[in-house]
Every structure is written in C-alpha cells, then in structure tokens.
Ligand binder design. Structure first.
Ligand SMILES: Cc1cc2nc3c(=O)[nH]c(=O)nc-3n(C[C@H](O)[C@H](O)[C@H](O)COP(=O)(O)OP(=O)(O)OC[C@H]3O[C@@H](n4cnc5c(N)ncnc54)[C@H](O)[C@@H]3O)c2cc1C
Length: 640
C-alpha cells in the first residue's frame, strides 16, 4: 500500500482522513440520498465498503436488525472471493483467521456396520489461484467490510433499526426519482414510518426482499422437498476426519457434511433430515437442535459424537430460485431509461448451502455493481452502464442455480448412488468425481462475461492465452522493479473503481525510447485520442480512472527505472513525489515467469485491460491504438 504521499501521517495507514464537511451529522434521517442500500448482509456490505471510499456519494445503508450479526448463516469463502478480499485489503487477515480447506474426504457405509473413508481429493487444484479456499463465520466477513466503511473517508456506518417496506419510482424525475418508505424496528419506535428520496436503491435485503416485491420481481424455481439441519458445534468425537471437509453417507440414515471451522475446534455439520411432502413447509415439522444431533449421531455410527455446545443451528429446505431481472427496467424500456432500483444477492437468487456459494455470489454481485455505480455517480460514465449489471450477473446466477441443481442431485442421490464406484469415474465414487469436476465452479472461477460493451471480442486472445477475456484476471508472480519486491501482479489491483492497463513488453524492450512500450506510453500520456487523456477529468490524478502498469521480460537487475517512460514514473501528490510502483519484471529467480505461465506472446507483447472488478475486459496488440480508445469510449464519457 502507498501512503505518506502528501506528508507524514502518523498512525494506522488503513484509517483514511475523514472527508471534510460530512453530509450527515447526528441521527436525523436525511431527506435525500444518492444510494440507499437495503440490508447489511454480504451483498449490502460489499457494496457499502466500495461506496464509502467516495465521500461525495451520499450513501445510506438501512438494516432492520438492531446490531451487527454475531454468528450463523454462511461460512464458505471461495478462492475468487479471497482474491476480491485481497483487493479490499483484508485478504491476509482472513487467511490468518479462517480455516483453510485443503483436502476433502468421502466416507461410506462398509460391510459389518463400518463407516469407511472411500476417497480423498485435493480441494483446490494446483495453480488455479494464489488464494486458498477458506471457511469463516459470515459475521466476521461482515466485520471486515464494516471496518473498511468505518475507516473510509465517509466514515459510513449502517442505520440499524430501519427497513424498507415499499418504494415508488417516478421515471420522469431527473433527481431522486425513487421514494422509499422506511419502517422503524427499534424498541419504542416500532411501526413508525419515514420517507426519503434516493437516486438509486439497491435491494440487498435477502430472500424475502421487499425491494424485489416493490419492483414486481418474483423468484421462480423449485424446492427439493427435503429438510436439512445445519449446526455449528463444539464436540468430542472419534471420527478421524473431524478437521477435514468430509461427505459422509450412512447405510440407512442419509448423509451429512463435516466442515471444520476457524479456531481449530469449531465444526459445522450439514445433516440430511426428513423428506417433506409436496406442500409441506419445514417449520411445520417442529424440529430442533436435538433432532439434528440425534440424526448426526446415527449417520456417524460406529463413531461417537458428543456435542458439548451448539453455537448456532438452523433447519431449512433447499430451494433453487432466480428472478427474471435484477433491476426495475422492463426489457421493452431498456433503450429509453436506465435502472434506478437494482437487486443483489439472495434477493434475486437462492440456492442450497451445500455448494457454499450464497455469500460468494452475493458479494460477486455487488463487486460487479459497485464500480459501475461509482462511475455513474462521479460522472465518469453515463447511466446506461448500469444495464450491464443485470445482464452480467443474471447470467452468472443462472449458471449457479443450474449447477446447484445438478450438485444437489449428486450429493442427495437416493440409496447411496452417489457413493457407487462407476468405471467411468476412474475408481472414485460418483460424488467424488463430480466434486472434482465442479471445483472450478465452486472456486468461483467459471464466470465468463459475454462479449459486449465491457468485454472485448477474442480476436487477440492468442496474445495472452492464460488471461481469458471475460474471466477474472488470473494473477501471477512478478518482481517490482524499483525495490525488487517479489509479489503478485494482481495484488496491485485495489477495490477502487479504477481500470488497469497492464502493458506486457515484447522481448528485448527495456522501456527506452524507440521501443513499443515507450511509444504506447507516450501516446497514452499525451495524445488527445488516448483513453487516459480522454476520460480523466481536469484536476484528477492522471491515473484516477485508468491505472497503467508495465511488465518486462528481463530480470529487475537488467532494467533501469530512470530509463522508463515518464508515464510509468508519474509525479503524485502536492510534493510531486515519484510513484515507483508502476513497473514489474518477470520473476526469473523463482522460475515462475508470468510470460510463460500466462501464455503471453514474447515477441509481440500485448496490452491486457482489467476492469475494476478484476475481470479481463480486453486483450490487444501494443499498437492497436484505435481499438484501445474504442473499448474505453464504449464505457466512459469524454471528460478532458
Ligand atoms: C437463516 C439463514 C441461514 C443460512 N444458512 C446458511 C448456511 O448454513 N450456509 C450457507 O452457505 N448459506 C446460508 N445462508 C445463506 C447465506 O447466508 C446467504 O446466501 C448470504 O448471506 C446472502 O447474502 P445477502 O447479503 O444477499 O443476504 P442476507 O445475508 O440474507 O442479508 C440480507 C439483509 O437484509 C436485511 N433485511 C431484510 N429485510 C430488509 C428490508 N426490508 N429492508 C432492509 N434490510 C432488510 C436482513 O436483516 C439481512 O441483514 C443462510 C441464510 C439465512 C437467512
């Protein structure tokens, strides 16, 4: 991280100076806001954490609960979410605190009443990401986002004790077209209502979303008519894989999943309970924690399970559901108006917890939306950009719901079909083979946005075959030239709504005059047609919108920082200090050469455009000036 740029600031560099003239003071509700976020689950908080960094955007987050969550709900954090956490700056903290899932085991009933381990597989395939798959209480993830919000220039905190009960949109109004009715939930104020007007309302208010209802959205899908119990326990057992993620299939009592949790002792169990009738609701069964424990003990036989403490439990029914659209604009009106109300997370898609996707996909929604809202609200992009949110994320959610359907069928296969050894599954039970096949999906790495406004065509994909256009930027090791620091290139992407241009140099190019890198940098820096010049507003830092970095093939010892183009040595802050963190080299010492690892054309080099949400927007030749300008002109306004 970079700080002390405008002078020495003592203390914690994660605490940003508060913005002068805060727009809110005291507890009084404002009459108007730019963005109203309904709900402080993972979706709402991930969005609020991004908006909190832009104090000129007046953001308010309402939450009916009276304080932050402490326990329960989701715990699975995919490698993709960990990459995103890295961009927020708390990836390392989560890595330290969470439990890492390295291996998954499969158990099945054997002869003479035994329960045997029948397969074990590596949980995260090698090389798929630099980040681990971890489990951590959802409440701690909330805390990480809340910390960011509190320390951001806007010092944003949720308004607890308030829920959205209705809203109305006036499409003709240019300013604050959404009128929102809020209801108080705090003791003494229950039932009282207030109204405010917003430019945008984002419904992150969970599966029973009032925001969804208000815009006429419905969840479509089906339920599996099967009750499941989930509980976080402290227990004593002789089951050997208590600290491994395990699937356990008993002979006659169904299945359970063991998920070790943070801290070395806590464990989560997902336990198959009763089948439900076609029209039966799980609550009607009146089951409780003791039913989950008793069923888990039956499934674990002959191993013992002595539960000492039930920290949290819930009984639920699996449903796979999706809304038609994630915003308020009907298809017929897309050309004439931009969205004002959008949905994210469980408000627009629900699935089974077995694949551990709920929290991840919900945060993925608002990581996609955050930079788009910031771009529109700061004048960098026109509001039509917001149409891309529903298009991109509904397709991603549809893929998830379909995957979840298939996975739930394999895991819940009747009479133990999931544990059968089919020759086609290479000596593994069906469920283990399906698990391996699904790993890229469960890691969160299969989302690939379609070519369109934000995703270029694959014409030049061959220039970097390891960076798939439309998929997330797959980081690789590099060495920073100025201080010889080995690091991951992807870790210079912060969650700050900026685009990144990574220039990969052709062989022999050392950045000097006459080379392809210098020619491109000079054009980017000065030419009126360059996206950097066109889309950066007067008074903004030169890399405020598009942050350009270069990666060279040589060792850091063979390059001279002073010989780099001036674009890669920008002067920043009130003292005009040099930014030394724009240039990187292949990590030749470790042998992890990014050019080889990501299939980058060594002769031609290339430019890789990375969107603010870490997805690869485009890959272009170093001299494709018009195509580069065209890509950005399709997204951002001309501001120079
Ligand atoms: C009881 C429960 C148990 C779960 N258990 C598991 C599990 O075991 N494993 C797993 O992987 N996933 C589980 N999930 C799912 C997982 O927690 C979600 O997929 C994930 O939290 C989705 O995040 P979200 O932000 O979209 O919604 P949520 O986390 O549901 O957050 C929605 C927020 O909106 C608030 N809210 C509700 N109504 C309003 C309103 N009208 N106005 C403003 N705010 C409102 C809620 O209080 C809540 O804080 C569970 C969810 C629930 C609700």
């Amino acid at each position: 991280m970079q700080y002390h740029v405008n002078g020495f600031n003592p203390g914690d560099p994660d605490v940003f100076p508060a913005a002068p003239n805060p727009w809110r003071s005291g507890d009084a509700l404002p009459q108007t806001v730019d963005v109203l976020i309904a709900g402080s689950g993972p979706a709402g908080l991930c969005l609020a954490a991004q908006l909190a960094g832009v104090p000129q955007i007046r953001t308010m987050l309402v939450e009916p609960k009276l304080g932050p969550m402490e326990k329960g709900q989701a715990d699975g954090i995919s490698v993709r979410s960990m990459e995103m956490f890295q961009a927020f700056g708390f990836g390392e903290k989560v890595m330290r605190e969470a439990v890492w899932i390295n291996e998954t085991t499969f158990w099945a009933a054997g002869a003479q009443g035994s329960l045997d381990r029948v397969a074990r597989v590596q949980d995260v395939p090698d090389g798929i990401s630099e980040m681990p798959h971890v489990l951590l209480n959802q409440a701690r993830v909330h805390d990480m986002f809340l910390d960011i919000m509190r320390r951001a220039p806007s010092r944003l905190v949720p308004d607890h004790g308030l829920k959205v009960i209705d809203l109305a949109i006036d499409p003709a109004a240019a300013e604050y077209p959404v009128t929102v009715t809020l209801e108080h939930t705090a003791p003494g104020r229950e039932g009282r209502t207030s109204t405010l007007r917003a430019n945008y309302v984002i419904g992150c208010d969970g599966a029973r979303s009032n925001v969804r209802r208000a815009i006429g959205g419905e969840l479509h899908g089906d339920a599996a008519h099967q009750a499941w119990g989930v509980m976080d326990v402290l227990a004593v057992t002789d089951f050997p894989d208590w600290r491994m993620k395990s699937f356990v299939r008993s002979r006659d009592d169904g299945i359970l999943m063991v998920l070790p949790r943070e801290g070395g002792h806590l464990v989560r169990l997902y336990v198959e309970l009763d089948a439900l009738g076609e029209d039966e609701r799980v609550a009607e069964r009146g089951m409780g924690a003791q039913d989950i424990i008793a069923q888990a003990q039956r499934i674990f036989r002959p191993f013992s399970l002595d539960v000492k403490d039930v920290v949290w439990w819930s009984i639920y029914e699996i449903g796979h559901r999706l809304t038609d659209k994630f915003d308020d604009v009907p298809e017929a009106e897309v050309a004439t108006r931009a969205p004002r109300v959008m949905l994210a997370g469980d408000a627009c898609h629900t699935h089974s917890p077995k694949a551990g996707q709920g929290m991840n996909v919900s945060m993925g929604d608002t990581f996609n939306l955050g930079w788009k809202l910031i771009s529109v609200l700061t004048g960098r992009a026109d509001s039509a950009l917001l149409h891309t949110y529903s298009g991109e994320r509904r397709a991603a959610a549809k893929g998830l719901v379909e995957f979840d359907h298939k996975w739930a069928r394999v895991v819940g296969g009747s009479a133990g079909e999931d544990m059968e050894f089919d020759p086609a599954t290479a000596g593994l039970p069906v469920v283990a083979r399906a698990f391996i096949n699904n790993l890229p999906f469960t890691c969160g790495l299969t989302i690939q946005y379609e070519p369109g406004r934000l995703t270029g065509a694959a014409t030049h994909q061959h220039l970097a075959t390891g960076f798939d256009i439309g998929k997330r930027f797959h980081s690789a090791p590099v060495v920073r030239l100025a201080d010889a620091k080995p690091m991951h290139l992807g870790h210079c992407i912060d969650a700050d709504a900026r685009f990144r241009l990574f220039i990969f140099a052709p062989a022999g190019d050392a950045g000097g005059a006459g080379g392809a890198v210098a020619a491109l940098c000079d054009w980017l820096e000065r030419d009126p047609a360059s996206p950097r010049v066109r889309h950066t507003a007067p008074g903004e830092d030169p890399d405020a919108v598009i942050d350009t970095r270069a990666v060279f093939q040589q060792s850091f010892r063979d390059l001279d920082y002073a010989a780099m183009p001036s674009l890669l040595r920008p002067r920043v802050g009130r003292h005009g200090l040099c930014d030394y963190e724009k240039v990187f080299c292949a990590d030749l010492k470790s042998g992890n050469d990014i050019f080889a690892m990501r299939g980058i054309d060594r002769t031609a080099g290339c430019v890789v455009v990375v969107r603010p949400d870490q997805y690869v927007g485009h890959i272009l030749p170093l001299d494709a000036r018009a195509a580069l300008s065209g890509y950005f002109a399709g997204i951002l306004r001309k501001r120079s």
